[in-house]
Design a protein around this ligand. Structure first.
Ligand code: KG4
Ligand code: ZN
Length: 341
């Protein structure tokens, strides 16, 4: 079964064709980052306008790279939540038009479920693809969740952030260090040659679930150190600060996810979302999972960020479970994974 999937929840206009939830026939991502960079973050109205201008070309490219025509597509899928509402609506309206005019099924996909599904697309070094149940850390620019993936289409969130998402904290810390948006990848690069013990940064204490996150204190600590140094006319070693910050985030994410896996009895852990591309996070998870006897799955770097292949993969499982949308499909800026019909 060939699914043409569309993803426009933030600043990537993406389309992909995925066969049977496994085989990526094409995966086209048009990034708008260069344009949003000037503003230090994504400008929602610009994002919607660029999606609107580019979506047809991106879909055509996905078809031609897969050597496929619309006749060869069995169903259409689209990210309908969560994300920037105007951006989501472009993809939803476009996919609806395709599905209705061609009289083919339309499958609405949750963005975070898509990120989790990026783990099903490429086998690990032992040739294994994870199957639920497993525990997943989904950490992106908008979310930091520890999720029980009970079935392909059934999720329970056992940890969430009380303030900033992990990716957001990376981007804000990067900004104060003078790196361009989005800063996560720049922190990652700078950290490679920095000393992670150079700056002592706080580990948050949180009321509520042991598996909830808080990153705002850590971010504020970085901002305060940088500003204090500036006032005293002292230099901050950017690489050392990047390494110290990254190792704090990696430690928090890893500790909580591993503790949750132990308490809830999972032996398989998966990572998902933009922050799962971080080399420090990947390395620490690798070490801790080995030490504790957990099997770790991580999407390849090319599938960590937003893309439509992950949406096409999740759509396959949603389709098998009977999920369909009609012409009344709407987009939602926020919708919990636990509330999926
Ligand atoms: O999943 P994603 O592409 O979009 C959302 O759904 O939000 O995640 C984007 C986030 C950004 O905050 C970006 O800085 C972060 O993921 N990110 C990274 C790295 N690559 C992307 N953070 C740390 N290290 C990286 N290598
Ligand atoms: Zn995302």
């Amino acid at each position: 079964m060939k699914i043409l999937a569309i993803e426009t929840s933030c600043d990537e206009t993406a389309a992909a064709i995925v066969e049977d939830g496994r085989k990526i026939l094409s995966n086209v991502v048009y990034s708008q980052i260069e344009e949003h960079k000037k503003f230090g973050g994504v400008v929602p109205e610009i994002a919607s306008r660029r999606h609107s201008e580019n979506i047809l070309e991106v879909v055509k490219k996905a078809l031609s790279e897969a050597d496929c025509t619309l006749d060869g597509i069995d169903a259409f899928a689209v990210t309908y939540a969560p994300g920037l509402i105007g951006a989501l609506l472009v993809g939803v309206s476009f996919a609806k038009g395709l599905a209705l005019s061609l009289k083919k099924p339309l499958i609405p996909v949750h963005h975070i479920a898509g990120h989790i599904a990026s783990n099903y697309l490429v086998p690990d070094s032992d040739g294994i693809i994870p199957e639920p149940p497993f525990l997943c850390l989904a950490a992106s620019g908008g979310h930091s969740h520890i999720i029980e993936v009970l079935e392909y289409t059934k999720f329970r969130i056992i940890g969430r952030t009380h303030d900033d998402a992990a990716g957001e904290a990376f981007d804000k810390a990067a900004r104060v260090l003078g790196f361009p948006y989005p800063g996560g990848v720049h922190i990652d690069k700078a950290a490679l040659t920095g000393n992670p013990e150079a700056y002592s940064l706080p580990r948050p204490k949180i009321q509520g679930s042991r598996y909830d996150f808080s990153f705002s204190g850590l971010k504020t600590a970085v901002i305060n150190i940088v500003h204090n140094a500036e006032q005293k006319g002292e230099e901050i070693n950017k690489n050392d600060m990047a390494a110290s910050f990254q190792s704090a985030v990696a430690e928090i994410l890893t500790d909580k996810t591993i503790s949750a896996a132990k308490e809830y009895g999972y032996s398989k852990i998966a990572l998902a979302g933009g922050v799962s591309a971080n080399s420090g996070v990947r390395k620490l998870f690798g070490q801790e999972c080995r030490k504790n006897g957990f099997r770790l799955y991580m999407p390849p770097l090319s599938l960590c960020g937003d893309n439509a292949a992950m949406i096409g993969c999740q759509a396959y499982y949603d389709f098998l479970s009977g999920k369909r949308a009609d012409e009344s499909l709407n987009a939602f800026a926020s919708l919990s994974l636990e509330d999926l019909a």
